[in-house]
Design a protein around this ligand. Structure first.
Ligand code: ADP
Ligand code: MG
Length: 284
């Protein structure tokens, strides 16, 4: 008998072979008992309380909750822009600081935060310049991502020559252009009219499917959250706690905009709405 054959005979039946059991992939974001209290002049502000969450590679996780419940704070903790006051947080298995230093994520802020003295293309190119990407590749990438957010014709304009919605799209192109595996998006489409928002939602979904990025996405819109997400995290009023996590993966990866009228979509939206209500009751 060949050596390979002997080895094969020695192997136990499949279920008992640990190597064949699917190992859970390391979470991209892992929070345990995460708390953050801001030290304000008058009284401390408890922004986050006991947030436990694991986000697996390739997930699209939306955060929804009332204004001021700590959604931005949570994203800023992941980005190492705020220091949690309690609990544990890892990003790609390391501290948020180490992940930031490795440029593991792109951040799309609530306000577009573009430099007024730079043209749109030079704003989008900024991270690439900082990371030392050669000029020709910079040009190619900027053109590609400006095209994706439908701003090709505006490359030479300055931010103040664009509408608020166009500025938001430019900031999305800037976060995407260095191809980070983790994308943190804080109400990126909040300022856009509904038609543009629909279009960008569909584009973002296609991009997410094509690139296998992990996305953490803050929104106020229940349909936007359900449409985009594999999971929707519903948060309570401040201090932000997780009230419910709604699994939307059953909608499948292909989601034409019309899916929003399907019974399953409406059921998921209803569950998110109930979570938001329950969160309010919790705080009363
Ligand atoms: P959301 O994004 O859900 O609207 P935030 O995370 O921005 O909420 O804020 C959560 C709470 O923390 C709010 O009450 C806000 O006023 C407060 N807050 C945010 N940043 C600071 C800060 N730097 N100092 C004190 N309080 C803050
Ligand atoms: Mg916010």
């Amino acid at each position: 008998m060949s050596r390979a054959g002997a080895l094969a005979l020695k192997q136990p039946p499949e279920p008992d072979r640990p190597a064949l059991r699917a190992a859970a992939p390391r979470p991209v974001v892992s929070a345990r008992g995460l708390c953050l209290t801001y030290e304000a002049a008058d009284a401390p502000v408890r922004a986050l309380a006991d947030v436990d969450l694991d986000v697996a590679p390739g997930e699209f996780v939306s955060f929804i909750g009332p204004s001021g419940c700590g959604k931005t704070t949570l994203l800023r903790c992941v980005a190492d822009l705020e220091q949690p006051t309690g609990g544990e947080l890892t990003v790609n298995g390391v501290s948020a600081e180490a992940a930031r230093l490795r440029r593991d994520y792109g951040f799309v802020f609530q306000a577009p935060a573009l430099y007024p003295w730079r043209t749109i293309e030079r704003n989008v190119a900024l991270p690439l310049e900082l990371f030392g990407v050669p000029r020709a590749e910079r040009r190619e990438r900027v053109a590609r991502y400006l095209d994706l957010v439908q701003l090709s014709g505006f490359a030479k304009k300055f931010p103040w020559q664009l509408s608020g919605g166009m500025q938001s799209r430019a900031s999305i192109a800037r976060a995407l252009c260095f191809d980070p595996k983790l994308l943190l998006m804080d109400e990126p489409f909040g300022a856009l009219d509904e038609i543009v928002r629909d279009h960008l939602n569909a584009q973002l979904l296609a991009l997410w499917r094509a690139t296998a990025k992990t996305v953490l996405f803050v929104t106020h819109s229940i349909p936007e959250a359900v449409y985009l997400s594999t999971r929707v995290v519903v948060m309570s009023p401040r201090p932000g706690r997780i009230v419910d996590i709604v699994d939307c993966a059953g909608l499948g990866p292909e989601r034409p905009l019309e899916i929003r009228e399907s019974p399953e979509f409406l059921r998921l939206g209803q569950r998110v709405r109930e979570g938001l209500r329950a969160g309010h009751a919790y705080d009363a």
